[in-house]
Design a protein. Structure first.
Length: 213
């Protein structure tokens, strides 16, 4: 087993060696749930519209909190919000909002709950226009030349990008809430629009894709 000294973050390349010996992006640490999320989901392109809506909704709930807090509650959120089927969520009324505010295991923030309902209604209009959330969101994918495909150190870390600012501005213009440029960039990282696995995170970085699936 590795000792703590061997597992320290390599400041020059933004990765840390886990107890299983694998080098991962520094933010993962040793939480098994976080490791599975990092290894199996984060940065991999997603086509499914419900999953895309789920992720951007949960990014809104994360505001002011850590992602691991949201990740630990994700199954509760899925049950409470009908699997993030935006067609169903768009029909939520005051009674459902009251029920959600009483639901243990989610973030009971009235503004964030209402924003998900509002955004579900806006999503239906957006899908009518673009055909899918996938096609809409991927229209903001950076060009290959400007994409973050060579993240080599902590000094390279960004929290926004020109594309995330454009996405946030366009979503707000369409009536969305809790979708600032930082939220949008985190969404782009997670959903594979950019490959922000550090290059030292060998087994995930090499799988990162900037090609529309």
């Amino acid at each position: 087993m590795l000792d703590d000294k061997q597992r320290l973050v390599k400041e020059d390349c933004g990765v840390v060696r886990g107890r299983d010996g694998k080098m991962r992006c520094y933010w993962v640490k040793d939480d098994p749930l976080y490791q599975r999320y990092h290894d199996e989901e984060w940065g991999k392109p997603v086509r499914d519209d419900f999953r895309l809506f789920e992720k951007i909704s949960l990014e809104g709930f994360q505001t002011g909190l850590s992602w691991i807090t949201i990740l630990r509650k994700r199954e509760n959120f899925r049950l409470a919000f009908d699997g993030f089927d935006f067609h169903k969520i768009a029909l939520y009324g005051d009674q459902k909002i009251d029920d959600l505010m009483k639901t243990a295991g989610i973030i009971r923030h009235i503004g964030k709950i209402r924003s998900v309902i509002n955004n579900a209604k806006a999503t239906i209009k957006l899908v009518d226009e673009f055909g899918s959330l996938y096609d809409y969101f991927w229209s903001f994918r950076p060009s290959h030349d400007s994409a973050r495909a060579t993240l080599t150190s902590l000094t390279d870390v960004m929290t926004t990008s020109p594309e995330s600012h454009k996405m946030a501005q366009d979503l707000k213009h369409r009536g969305w809430r809790f979708v600032g440029p930082t939220t949008c960039y985190a969404f782009m990282q997670a959903m594979g629009l950019v490959n922000d696995h550090f290059t030292g995170c060998d087994f995930c970085h090499t799988e990162g894709s900037l090609v529309k699936q």
